[in-house]
Design a protein around this ligand. Structure first.
Ligand SMILES: [Zn+2]
Length: 251
């Protein structure tokens, strides 16, 4: 056993028995780690952290094993859940579960860690929640090197849009996100399409780092579900929290 001191992100807490839980954590240098955190009044007080919080941890671990024993923990970043409310907390938890799954699939731990750190300062409250969820997913596809090709159709290779002044004009009304091909197939080539043409503009705006406030919520939601499915397809998992989030965002 060696002793380490490092900042860690808490990504997921899985209950274990009556009072304990397993904490899934992410280290920038060591990747995914897990620790059993014991319940009981005294210790629970010592670990009042939620997914997305960052801690400075002193822990024992062994090279090549992800199981660690937490010795001492202090907060580096703790989000106040009160002003966020249920839906935002759920959205955040879903993002953390996603980061956890991807980390366990061997995605670049340092890249994930840096994205988590960057997202600390984002406004996750309800009015901007959809944009933050989209930003997070979009940056993840970039990090994983699987950002969907949206500039041209994967089948006919015709461009998806024309640049007009400050903005763009999308060529087709509907597109299909082809998971296996890693990009959009236009309405002219595909059989129908589950993405409104406005999604092309959303992707373009995101890449231009332009504000997404003006994107209608239904377009944003459609793109969100597509990106979740896309990431799940490329990483072979389904997120436990996703059905709950779907329900919550419908309301
Ligand atoms: Zn086409």
């Amino acid at each position: 056993m060696e002793l380490y001191q490092e900042p860690l992100f808490l990504l997921v807490k899985y209950p274990l028995g009556e009072a304990d839980f397993i904490a899934h954590l992410l280290s920038r240098s060591q990747g995914p780690l897990q620790a059993r955190v014991q319940g009981g009044q005294q210790l629970k007080k010592g670990f009042a952290y939620e997914p997305g919080d960052q801690i400075e941890a002193t822990f024992e671990g062994q090279e090549g094993s992800e199981f660690i024993r937490l010795k001492e923990v202090r907060p580096l970043f703790q989000r106040d859940p009160q002003p966020l409310g249920y839906v935002s907390i759920l959205g955040l938890a879903t993002m953390m579960e996603l980061a956890n799954r991807l980390g366990r699939r061997g995605w670049d731990a340092a890249g994930l860690f840096d994205l988590l750190r960057a997202s600390q300062t984002w406004d996750w409250s309800r009015p901007s929640l959809l944009q933050r969820l989209f930003d997070f997913l979009w940056l993840l596809t970039d990090l994983g090197g699987i950002k969907p090709e949206y500039r041209q159709c994967m089948t006919c290779h015709r461009e998806s849009y024309l640049v007009k002044g400050e903005g763009i004009q999308v060529r087709k009304s509907f597109y299909l996100l082809n998971h296996a091909q890693g990009g959009l197939v236009c309405g002219g080539c595909g059989e129908g399409g589950d993405l409104n043409g406005s999604s092309v503009k959303l992707f373009w705006l995101a890449d231009q780092q332009q504000p997404l406030e003006a994107v209608p919520a239904d377009i944003m939601l459609q793109a969100l579900w597509q990106l979740f499915d896309y990431l799940a397809f490329h990483s072979h998992f389904q997120l436990k929290a996703l059905p709950l989030l779907r329900e919550a965002l419908k309301a």
